[in-house]
Design a protein around this ligand. Structure first.
Ligand SMILES: Nc1nc2c(c(=O)[nH]1)N[C@H]1C(S)=C(S)[C@@H](COP(=O)(O)OP(=O)(O)OC[C@H]3O[C@@H](n4cnc5c(N)ncnc54)[C@H](O)[C@@H]3O)O[C@H]1N2
Ligand code: MOO
Length: 422
């Protein structure tokens, strides 16, 4: 990262896609690897591939309670075939091979005896004493699970870089893993800037506001598995900013506020001084005044040639949210050793008008409502990027592509659902 351009011509706005590519190119995973028990693995990032030590299922088994038989015994028959019952196999048993011309009672999960390949579900079975009357039209393999039909031995069942879900933990367990190699959490130092910003609960003198961005960003970082170090609130003062920034030890430093062009916006200048600015300002609305750079010295945790990445988000809470969504999230994922994933997007109908000029990627807060067979997005609340209540209300953010002009009701609209994301 050191050595990158310290600045970008002020009249050139990077697109979100360019900025994202540049930022991912500038950093590499920094976190170490540790082993955790399966019960502690949910939500962690897998550091090594999990290769299936055996197949799943490991043996051919019945998928229903019923009777196991060899379908060859009924192939071509025109009437039910009489198959005497020669045994009983429950889950956990080790069966003997099937005697030719017979069937066995079997239960779900029990191994199929050698020679049996089909299960007749008990609801469909007719018995004459100890003799099964097997229908002539039995499909071979019916109600059986084949060896390896879920996972074949030797394949990569879970790839390094994926964030483990309850289902992924279950798959690792089924494959016999006891512990998993996962990435250590990313440590992110977080600060809010602004003379007007006060911590939660503090009295508000005239002109002051409570810090909303600190809790917002801390919560989003924690959802990405980060360890958050709160570096507090720093006033619009270069010396104070310099003192705070140069005392931080983290894998990433994230700030909000103070990155636009005013005389009270010092973040960019101090970061340029302590390291460098790679890019500043994006073709993004809201979120244009965003700075990405690095800090040198004193922050070395094996990161980028002695530099710690720095992301300065805008002060308006919705702008900070959007900037974190489009750049902070992939940056955190990449640094933490996680494969960078795009949040799921869906296409819905636009239910509102929105005037705009092409050139910037824009995000709007929307609620999603069913209408007939379609889902329609309606814009919520005040559109201003300082407003928080409309972000709370929103089910999704609409993503308006850079080149698009205004939106009209009925237009197709791409949205990113927020549920489960942030
Ligand atoms: N002349 C210009 N003025 C502004 C520009 C511009 O390009 N030229 N950009 C505007 C845009 S867009 C945004 S966004 C803001 C962002 O500026 P900063 O990142 O420097 O943020 P601040 O000025 O410090 O604060 C903006 C706004 O957000 C409030 N804020 C700040 N921190 C917090 C916090 N932790 N919790 C809640 N709210 C916070 C702050 O009080 C301001 O109201 O600049 C525009 N101006
Ligand atoms: O883009 Mo600012 O980021 O409008 O709020």
């Amino acid at each position: 990262m050191p050595g990158a351009d310290d600045c970008y011509p002020s009249d050139t706005l990077l697109s979100v896609d360019q900025a994202r590519a540049r930022l991912l190119d500038a950093v590499r995973p920094v976190t170490g690897v540790e082993a955790v028990a399966l019960d502690a693995a949910d939500g962690r990032v897998l550091a090594q591939d999990v290769v299936a030590a055996h197949s799943l299922p490991p043996f051919a088994q019945a998928a229903m309670d019923g009777y196991a038989l060899d379908h060859h015994a009924v192939v071509g028959a025109v009437a039910p075939v009489r198959l005497p019952l020669s045994g009983r196999v429950a889950a956990g048993d080790a069966p003997v091979p099937l005697a030719p011309g017979t069937a066995v009672r079997i239960f779900t999960g029990a191994p199929l005896p050698e020679g049996a390949d089909t299960v007749l579900m008990q609801e469909d079975a007719a018995l004459d004493g100890d003799v099964l009357l097997a229908p002539a039209d039995l499909a071979p393999g019916r109600h059986c699970r084949a060896v390896g039909e879920d996972i074949a031995a030797g394949v990569v069942a879970l790839a390094a870089g994926r964030r483990l879900s309850p289902a992924a933990v279950a798959l690792a367990a089924a494959l016999g893993e006891r512990t998993l190699a996962v990435r250590a959490p990313l440590t992110v130092a977080l600060l809010s800037t602004g003379n007007e910003v006060r911590p939660a609960g503090a009295p508000l003198p005239p002109g002051a506001i409570h810090d909303a961005n600190g809790p917002l960003l801390a919560a989003m970082l924690r959802r990405l598995g980060c360890r958050v170090v709160r570096a507090g609130i720093v006033g619009d003062n270069r010396d104070a900013l310099r003192a705070t920034l140069s005392g931080l030890k983290a894998d990433l430093i994230l700030s909000s506020g103070g990155v636009s062009a005013g005389e009270e916006d010092h973040v960019k200048a101090v970061v340029a001084d302590l390291g460098g600015i790679d890019f500043w300002r994006l073709a993004l609305k809201p979120g244009k005044p965003l700075a990405f750079g690095y800090l040198r010295d004193g922050h070395i945790r094996g990161a980028h040639g002695g530099a710690t990445p720095f992301l300065g988000l805008p002060g308006n809470p919705f702008a900070a949210f959007v900037a974190f969504l489009v750049l902070g999230r992939p940056l955190v994922q990449h640094l933490a050793g996680e494969s960078v994933t795009d949040p799921p997007r869906i296409t819905v109908r636009c239910g509102f008008s929105h005037a705009r000029a092409p050139g910037k990627r824009e995000y709007l807060r929307v609620v999603l409502r069913p209408q007939g067979r379609e889902t329609v997005a309606h814009q919520v609340g005040a559109g201003g990027s300082a407003a928080l209540s409309s972000l709370v209300q929103a089910d999704a953010v609409a993503e308006v592509e850079d080149a698009r002009d205004g939106l009209r009701p009925g237009d197709p609209l791409t949205v990113i659902p927020l549920h489960g994301l942030f």
